[in-house]
Structure formats: C-alpha cells, structure tokens
Write a protein that binds this ligand. Structure first.
Ligand code: NAG
Ligand code: NAG
Ligand code: NAG
Ligand code: NAG
Ligand code: NAG
Ligand code: NAG
Length: 442
C-alpha cells in the first residue's frame, strides 16, 4: 500500500517535471516527497488508537486491502497507462458502519435485484485502482449507503421509506468525523440512487416530485437510473444516468447456452404487468396506459408473445426474441432495456422523453428503436418495416460485445464495463473543473 502510494505520487511528480513548469518545481517536488514519507510513517505509527471513523478507515486500508494493493501496484500502473481516460482519477470510499451497507447483504436479493447498482458500484470501487486510501488526495468521495434492500414482506418490493433518514444519518456521521464533507459542502461526494425517481426516493412520480431531492444531497453527484430529457425536479442535481443492475453471471450463463446470433423464433416479446383496466392512482395511470393498449391491440396477434405473469426463466425468452418491448412503468426506465441489449434482442423503447443510460458510451440510436407512446397502436407495422429493411444492421451493432459490456456491472472493475464508464463520466467532470489547481492548493 505504502509503496503503491509512493509510486503513484512519484509518477505524478515526474509528469509535473516534464511539464512547462520545468525545473523550478524540482525543490518543491523534493519537499513533497519528504513530507509524504513522513506523513506515511506518521499514519502507520498512529494506527488503531481509537474507534473513530478516521482510524477505522486507515486501519482497514492497511490490513484487509493492503496486500492486495501491493500486489496490484505494478499491474495497476500498467493498466492505468492503458486506461488513459481514467488516468490518475482517485476516489475515496468511506468505510461506514455495517448498518449502512453490509448488514443489508444478509438478504441475498440485495445485491441482485434491479436497484442493486448501489451495491455493485461500491463493490467495484473497493478493489479498483482508482480507490485511494488517503482522503486528502481524493478527487471524489463515495458514500456507500444501500437504501433499496428493505424488501416488503408483502409484495417483495423494496420499501424506500427509510432512505432519507439512513442517508442523512450517514452524512451526519461523515461530516462530523472527517473534514471533507464540510470542505466542499458535499459537492465532491458521490451517491448512488438507483430506484424509480433517483434521489427523490418515491416510486410514484407525483409524490417523488413533491418530496424532492433531500436538501443535504443537492450539491452532490448522484448516479441514478432515472433520466428524462426535459427538466425534472428529480434530476435537478449533478448526476450521471446509469444502467439498472442485471446480473452479469446470469446473462453470461444464458448466452453460453444460446448465443446472441442463434435462432430467434419470437418476433415481439413482452412479459410484465399489463393491467386490463389500469387503476387511477390520484389521476395517474400505470405506464400511462401504454401497456394496457399493447395488450388490447396485440393480445391476440400470434406474432406478439405477451405474458402478464412472472416467470423466473424469462431471460430464455428474451434470447429467443427479435424485438423486446420496453414500455415505461411508473418510471420511464426499466431493467428490460439492459436485459434486451445484453441478450441481443432489439429494444423497442416506448417511454417519451426518456434519457438513456450512459448515452455517451452506448450508441442507443443504432442499437434500438424508439416508438412514441401515441404510436404504440402502430407497433406491428413499424416492426414489420424494420424487419424488412434495416434489422440486420441494427442487430450487427447490437451484438457487438462492447455494447453489452457497457451496461453490466462486475464485482471487479473491468475496462469498458458500466462502472468503468461511470468513472469516465466522473473524470470528464473533473477535467472540466480544471483539476490542475488542486495540486497547487494543497
Ligand atoms: C482528462 O484529462 C486527462 C489529462 O488531460 C486526459 O489524459 C484524460 O483522457 C481526460 N479524461 C477524460 C475522461 O476526459
Ligand atoms: C423497512 O420497511 C418497513 C416497512 O416500510 C419499515 O416499517 C421499517 O422501519 C424499515 N426498516 C428499516 C431498518 O428502516
Ligand atoms: C461540519 O459542519 C457541521 C455543521 O456546521 C458541524 O456540526 C461539524 O462539526 C463540522 N465538521 C467538522 C469535521 O468540523
Ligand atoms: C450547503 O448546501 C446546502 C444544500 O444546498 C445549503 O442549504 C447550505 O446553505 C450550504 N451551506 C454552505 C455553507 O454553503
Ligand atoms: C382519475 O382520478 C382523478 C381523481 O383522483 C379524477 O379527477 C380523474 O378524472 C380520473 N381520470 C380518469 C380518466 O378517470
Ligand atoms: C432503422 O429503420 C427505422 C425505421 O425506418 C429507423 O427509425 C431507424 O433509425 C433505423 N435504424 C438504423 C440503425 O438505421
């Protein structure tokens, strides 16, 4: 760990030397190196003295992860050069008490359901090269709180009523124990909010909007699955639109049985909630009635494979399908988007105004179709036309493994996977806010 830090530090200084500042910096560099060595010694001598968050963080970094960091330091520097885009990005991951994260993992669903990006990003950062154990050199601070894992005993859906209080208590803890939150008022702190309406923490849009984003998160950076093209109170914050979580293991195991370019005998696929008479919930209808219309219009069409009941093996249906319908639900986004792409079925997006995840990394217009909500009745004609004209071109681009990789989270960060693209997005942000000044202000 120490060697790795020192190595990275020296590398940074070498770059400085080469820069236009030239030789004048040399003395300063020597001074930096010497103070750094003293700093590292100081830390190692003052290890687990108290139980505060600060020492917990440092001792954790030196025990559990130290040997790993050491053994990866060489491989890491090579990888960093290769991953030019992430060059030198440093993220500090708060080591919060287990009640904020690890405790929730006792329920296996916590790390696997559609909102599990909050767990996946955390896991990937823990072992990655961008993680730093020295908060004073961090570009960003990651706050790992899992708010989507309180599954209701009734319907099994996550209850997120406690999300605000759990997050606010975490922020209280980090801002009282360490100086970094107060220093920036949270603006270099990163949270994941992976449920329906981002950091508004409510499944129903009107309630989400009424509640708004908690005051204490408004300066921070939110990684959220929710995204729309118009202005919306639930994305009125620095944010990155990220994909919903789909287990990469499940996808790979499915593809090992049925490759993307295999037989696709289902023309149009949809499985999910489709109310015959959608309930009027304070003036709002589930899926703005789009799913109901699909059912009415195409329920008897033999080329439309529409199913309303849950079936655990639905991925085996997706991999057999040419087109996969991705209509909005309560929120515009859905895990179907990722599952369709990952399993090579052309997503047909029916959710007006949706902003798709990682738009700068995934060529959505080339690999999907978008149908306006008002045109949903014309689906059969639209899809027939595409099948007769440019379907094979769309499939060719869709089946590029790079596309699939960009939407999946892996426990260990991989080049080009979802967490990697999120880090690139953070890096771009950092570049925009002139990172150079940071070095000299310390
Ligand atoms: C950020 O800037 C650095 C240095 O100019 C560059 O090497 C890197 O590619 C940039 N990264 C992104 C994501 O723009
Ligand atoms: C989990 O959700 C239930 C039902 O909404 C709530 O009563 C309970 O307090 C929540 N648990 C925690 C730890 O917040
Ligand atoms: C940060 O600010 C809060 C509120 O002003 C204060 O209670 C807390 O002690 C400060 N934290 C530190 C580490 O100084
Ligand atoms: C910090 O941000 C919050 C939320 O936007 C704001 O209410 C508060 O006034 C800010 N505090 C400082 C010291 O800028
Ligand atoms: C839905 O319910 C609201 C009251 O909650 C009512 O004003 C509205 O007319 C209803 N809409 C329809 C189409 O039934
Ligand atoms: C394929 O054709 C459809 C319908 O004409 C069009 O909307 C879409 O942009 C085309 N896609 C590609 C990748 O050419």
């Amino acid at each position: 760990m120490k060697t790795a830090e020192l190595y990275r530090f020296t590398r940074k200084k070498m770059k400085l030397l080469r820069s236009s500042y030239g030789f004048k910096c040399f003395k300063l560099v020597i001074w930096f190196v010497i103070s750094f060595i003293f700093f590292v010694r100081f830390i190692s001598r003052h290890q687990p003295s108290t139980n505060s968050l600060r020492t917990a963080l440092i001792s954790h970094s030196q025990s559990n992860v130290a040997s790993r960091a050491l053994s990866e330091s060489n491989a890491g520097s090579i990888r960093r050069q290769r991953q030019g885009l992430l060059n030198d990005l440093k993220i500090y991951v708060y080591d919060l008490p287990a009640k904020y994260n690890a405790d929730w993992l006792s329920d296996e669903r916590c790390s696997n359901h559609l909102f599990a990006a909050e767990v996946a990003v955390h896991k990937a950062l823990m072992n990655s090269n961008v993680r730093t154990f020295d908060p004073s050199e961090a570009d960003f601070f990651f706050v790992p709180v899992y708010v989507s894992c309180n599954f209701s005993s009734g319907n099994g859906f996550p209850a997120i009523g406690h999300a605000r209080s759990l997050l606010s208590s975490a922020v209280e803890l980090i801002s009282s124990e360490l100086p970094f939150w107060n220093r920036s008022n949270g603006s270099d702190h990163v949270f994941v909010a992976s449920h329906d309406h981002g950091a508004c923490f409510h499944a129903m849009e009107d309630r989400a909007v009424a509640n708004g984003i908690p005051e204490f998160m408004k300066n921070s950076i939110i990684l959220q699955t929710f995204g729309v093209k118009h202005r919306h109170p639930c994305q009125d914050v620095e944010h990155v639109v990220i994909p919903p979580y789909v287990s990469p293991e499940k996808v790979l195991s499915m593809l090992s049985q049925s490759p993307v370019n295999g037989r696709r005998d289902i023309f149009v696929f949809f499985r999910g909630k489709m109310e015959v008479h959608p309930k009027n919930v304070s003036g709002r209808f589930y899926s703005r009635r789009v799913r109901t219309e699909i059912l009415h219009k195409f329920g008897k069409n033999r080329r439309f494979y529409l199913k309303r009941h849950r079936f655990a093996g639905y991925q085996s249906e997706i991999v057999r399908s040419v087109f996969c319908l991705c209509p909005l639900g309560w929120a515009p986004w859905s895990p179907r988007l990722v599952e369709a792409v990952a399993l090579g079925c052309v997503p047909v997006i029916i959710a007006d105004g949706i902003r798709l995840p990682l738009e700068s990394a995934v060529p959505w217009p080339e690999i999907s179709l978008t149908v306006q909500e008002k045109d949903v009745g014309k689906l059969a004609g639209i899809l027939d036309y595409v099948a007769a004209t440019n379907l094979s071109l769309i499939q060719k681009r869709l089946w590029d493994p790079k596309v699939r990789r960009a939407l999946l989270f892996h426990d260990e960060l991989e080049d080009g996977d979802a967490t990697w693209h999120i880090l690139v997005a953070l890096c771009e942000r950092l570049n925009r806010s002139q990172r150079g000044s940071r070095l000299w202000s310390q």
